[in-house]
Design a binder for this molecule. Structure first.
Ligand SMILES: [Zn+2]
Ligand SMILES: [Zn+2]
Length: 342
């Protein structure tokens, strides 16, 4: 099979993903072999490629996988051949530890990430335990379904963690793949809430998309919105929006940081975090790590019910480096998706 393989950490501009022909994997007893149709691209892949997050090398990246069941392991019984399935970031967890038993399998010490500790979707085939694959609801094409598996599912988790109530104001910092889905979930689940969107100063495309999707106010990070958000989600890879979000939030507000790693370059911004201005009056910061299977299982049918309309930009498998460079530059509208087979 064809696969884009990462063998060593390097800046994405050096195009470190290499196209290779390798044998397709065989499913283990409880696994399924999936013929991949599409795989979304994600900021996490940039973190893995550039060394901010350590993948097990060599690795096939990609954790927003949509495909069809090609063959079943001898003990696999959840799906039939040809079923359309999705695979997300959670590739496996032990199922026995305290975190797993309490529904926090995202924090399991044995957590393995798809496309990080197990081969992912930048290839023609992959294998996964049937317990970590999900049916994809009708109504989504293979390409529009892909971003639901990470951008959508983790966005859904982040929104749950904010504790937003209907009638309140949600702030979104950064407006890429995940945020443009979260605004649609928020507007559906909390019809009386307002959503304020903060982007980089000149991101006109992102601002226009936010307005189109129902944002009640759009501005640049650092601007003062007309009212104080009750809670916020930071989707950016940098620190400045964290400080700015804490500054504009209402008393008791919670900021959820939806980013696996923050870039080092503007770490000094954190020094601006001032106790009276940013944290006093019970404001809090919480991060979101990984997802659970329940997040994906709850979110996928909800996405179909709303229905979420992910904006996508398609690339070929061979164009993965180029797509990730555009992602790094903030030049992808909505979510980037690799189209691997029909
Ligand atoms: Zn992701
Ligand atoms: Zn566990």
């Amino acid at each position: 099979m064809k696969a884009m393989i990462l063998k060593k950490v390097a800046p994405i501009e050096e195009e470190p993903l290499k196209l290779e022909e390798i044998p397709a994997p065989q499913p283990g007893p409880k696994q399924i072999l999936v013929k991949i149709s599409t795989c979304g691209i994600c900021h996490t892949e940039l973190d893995e490629i550039e060394g901010r997050l350590q993948p097990s090398l060599p690795i096939i990246l990609g954790h927003e996988i949509v495909g069809r069941v090609e063959s079943l392991g001898p003990k696999a019984a959840k799906f039939k051949l040809e079923d359309r399935v999705g695979i997300a970031w959670i590739n496996s967890a032990c199922g026995k530890c305290d975190f797993c038993r309490r529904g926090n399998e995202n924090l399991c010490p044995d957590f393995l990430g798809t496309g990080c500790n197990a081969n992912g979707g930048y290839s023609e085939y992959t294998v996964v335990s049937e317990d970590f694959a999900y049916p994809i609801p009708d109504g989504f094409s293979d390409s529009t379904a892909a971003p639901l598996l990470c951008a959508g599912s983790i966005g859904y988790r982040a929104l749950k963690l904010t504790g937003l109530h209907d009638g309140q104001i949600l702030g979104l910092f950064g407006f890429g793949a995940s945020a443009h889905i979260v605004i649609q979930i928020a507007k559906h689940k909390y019809p009386n809430c307002k959503v304020f969107v903060f982007t980089r100063p000149k991101q006109k495309d992102h601002q226009e998309l936010a307005t189109k999707l129902g944002a009640d106010w759009v501005g640049a990070t650092g601007e003062t919105p007309p009212e104080k958000p009750n809670c916020a989600i930071d989707f950016t890879p940098v620190w400045n929006p964290v400080v700015e979000a804490m500054k504009v939030m209402e008393k008791g507000g919670r900021l959820v940081i939806n980013a696996i790693r923050k870039e080092e370059r503007d770490k000094d911004s954190l020094l601006k975090l001032d106790y009276p201005a940013h944290l006093w009056l019970e404001k809090e910061i919480k991060s979101v790590a990984n997802i659970t299977r329940a997040d994906a299982e709850e979110f996928l049918p909800l996405a179909a019910e709303i229905p979420i309309a992910p904006q996508i930009q398609e690339f070929k498998l061979e164009e993965a480096n180029k797509a990730l460079i555009l992602l790094k530059q903030g030049k992808i509208q909505g979510a980037g998706v690799l189209k691997i087979s029909e």
